[in-house]
Ligand binder design. Structure first.
Ligand SMILES: [Zn+2]
Ligand SMILES: [Zn+2]
Length: 262
């Protein structure tokens, strides 16, 4: 099996919102599906590689935020590929429960109030549902690597770890300004929302210890392991941000974080 190629699909240009395609010998694995209506952009990206939606063998959704899960149901319908996700975010994929959002800074709080992040998407039930620390071997889908639970950004967050040392970690961390991207893309930062910074820090440290050298992100990136490690060391000392509910905003007991700039 040759080393797969990783292709970033700009859902929003300049790295602001990314999906990724892992292109292997025997087909492609799509990691994240963008906001609702992103299926055409993903189809275009496949076309640019001389491929089509029929070549997508698996759809991995890293977590239930709408900029990652928003087009999953549509892409499953168009490609016939199964969706894999973690049970920790299942109530949100099925839209049975409103999400909560722990804002990591004032920009995130403003962003939450715009209502964009709570935009509903077509609900779905994953075909393959990972539980706890279960690991999914990706070799049956033509890719040398695995998908596994990396909780912290949300309870059900997942990452993809390739044997080549490339990892796709969704929103475990971001880089750049605003949502991520634009400028300062080599500088790691917290994403706009993050449930449990200590859990994220542990996962990032574990990924680096397991030999991951390049981290591909939902917003900004990619980042080298050294920068991820620096961020994880700092993040382990941070507290969760102020919590907002998707329906009615409220404050949780935690003190607000000291902002997302570091
Ligand atoms: Zn997210
Ligand atoms: Zn995101």
């Amino acid at each position: 099996m040759h080393q797969p190629r990783i292709v970033r699909i700009p859902i929003v240009p300049l790295g602001v919102v990314n999906s990724h395609l892992v292109v292997g010998d025997q087909g492609c694995v799509l990691v994240d599906t963008g906001v609702p209506g992103s299926h055409r952009k993903i189809e275009q990206a496949l076309k640019g590689l001389g491929r089509s939606l029929d070549d997508v063998r698996l759809i991995i959704v890293t977590h239930a935020h709408m900029d990652h899960a928003g087009s999953a149901a549509r892409l499953r319908q168009l490609s016939g590929a199964p969706i894999v996700a973690h049970e920790g975010d299942l109530p949100y994929y099925q839209q049975r429960k409103p999400m909560t959002f722990c804002a990591t800074g004032w920009v995130s709080r403003m962003f939450f109030r715009t209502g964009v992040i709570v935009r509903p998407y077509e609900p779905f039930t994953p075909d393959i549902l990972l539980t706890d620390g279960q690991v999914l071997d990706l070799s049956p889908y033509g890719v040398a690597g695995r998908a596994r639970s990396t909780p912290g950004h949300t309870a059900g967050s997942m990452s993809v770890e390739l044997d080549s040392g490339h990892a796709m970690v969704g929103d475990l961390l971001a880089s750049g300004v605003l949502l991520g991207g634009l400028v300062r893309t080599q500088h790691a930062r917290r994403p706009p929302f993050e449930d449990d910074p200590k859990a994220v820090a542990q996962q990032l440290q574990r990924l680096v210890a397991d030999g991951m050298h390049t981290f591909h992100l939902g917003h900004g990136g990619p980042l080298p392991a050294g920068e991820v490690q620096r961020h994880a060391g700092w993040l382990g000392r941070q507290r969760p941000g102020r919590m907002y509910h998707a329906v009615a905003t409220c404050r949780c007991d935690e003190a607000p974080a000291d902002g997302s700039v570091h």
